[in-house]
Design a protein around this ligand. Structure first.
Ligand code: CP
Ligand code: NVA
Length: 330
């Protein structure tokens, strides 16, 4: 394994063995943290956190993980840096790369984080782009391993807009780890054909199964995990809500869907989730469209089968593992 100096931009860049290694390292760091064993192996290093979109989990995970590893994080919010408006990505990368040991980027196109990594000269970590959310998948897979003992052969059904960061990344991750991935949505929400083809090639090596099914009852039968995400992602225009609600309401994760999957099935969501009216957007959508729960019902979200907060906690341990591995001689 050689991670030192490498960027973490998308799972396609890593082998199944490397992904497994990062998940196992996360579990080890999690155990150490629970036991109060310090692991300040990056003492004295500094990292920059560039956020062009908002965040709770990813930002907190990077900041807490940095502190646990002995590093100093500097957060740059969507408005307070020159990036993009007065300074190009290439110039920003070369400036920040001179001052910091690693850079996290959350923003829009995948090409931006790839360009940052090309010019920075230090590891760049993808904290979410429109196309991919790779640190989220590490947390999801650590969580699945904790609950099921392994990843291989597990059936994960992704309900909703599978063309975006979560659908794409879960499909790649499942293909890499020999899992059974099902995208369940109207056809126009399936991942793009080239990515499906690339994942099918990976699946030939790993024994993964990839399916694309429009019927939610057929798709979710016997699922180990049902996964969903918001119907409209950050950066998309608000006008798309009405079409999304119409198209994706039949794919809402509710009791009927969970019962169809079976008792052992777990519910997962990267969060934040619209499962009640306790958010401004949730309330707005209710006022406009009369819908009080969106991609998941409150009943499922709050049920015993829901492991969303284990998943959220694991963002910390997995992001820590990525920084640990890429900043040290692993
Ligand atoms: N899941 C996730 O990335 O959450 P944040 O948007 O809060 O970082
Ligand atoms: N698809 C969502 C994921 C949030 C973690 C978004 O991009 O907004």
């Amino acid at each position: 394994m050689n991670f030192k100096g490498r960027s973490f931009l998308k799972l396609l860049d890593f082998t199944p063995e490397e992904i497994s290694y990062l998940i196992d390292l996360s579990a080890k760091l999690k155990e150490e943290k629970k036991k109060g064993i310090p692991h300040r192996v990056c003492e004295g290093k500094n990292i920059a956190l560039l956020f062009e979109k908002t965040s709770t989990r990813t930002r907190c995970a990077f900041e807490v993980a940095a502190a646990d590893l002995g590093m100093h994080p500097v957060y740059l919010d969507p408005k307070s840096s020159q990036m993009g408006k007065k300074e190009s990505i290439a110039d920003t990368a070369r400036v920040i790369g001179r001052m910091f040991d690693g850079i996290e980027y959350r923003g829009y196109g995948q090409e931006i984080v790839e360009e940052l990594a090309h010019y920075a000269g230090v590891p760049v970590w993808n904290g979410l782009t429109n196309e991919y959310h790779p640190t989220q998948i590490l947390a999801d897979f650590l969580t699945i391993k904790e609950h099921f003992g392994c990843l291989k052969g597990k059936k994960l059904v992704y309900m909703g807009d599978a063309r975006y960061n979560m659908g794409n990344s879960l499909m790649v991750g499942c293909a890499k780890m020999g899992m059974h991935f099902v995208a369940c949505a109207p056809e126009k929400y399936f991942p793009n054909k080239e990515l499906i083809k690339e994942c099918q090639e990976i699946a030939k090596q790993t024994g993964a199964v990839l399916e694309f099914i429009t019927d939610p009852i057929v798709a979710t039968k016997g699922a180990d995990v049902i996964y969903t995400d918001v119907w409209v992602s950050m950066g998309e225009p608000t006008e798309v809500w009405s079409e999304r609600i119409k198209d994706l309401l039949p794919y809402q994760v509710n009791k009927r869907i969970m019962e169809n999957a079976g008792k052992g099935c777990k519910f997962m969501h990267c969060l934040p989730a619209f499962h009640d009216l306790k958010t401004t957007v949730g309330q707005e959508m209710f006022d406009k469209f009369g819908i009080s729960e969106m991609e998941v019902t409150n009943e499922v979200f709050e049920s015993e089968q829901s492991i969303v907060f284990d998943e959220a906690e694991n963002r910390l341990h997995t992001i820590k593992a990525v920084m640990y591995a890429t900043l040290n001689a692993l």
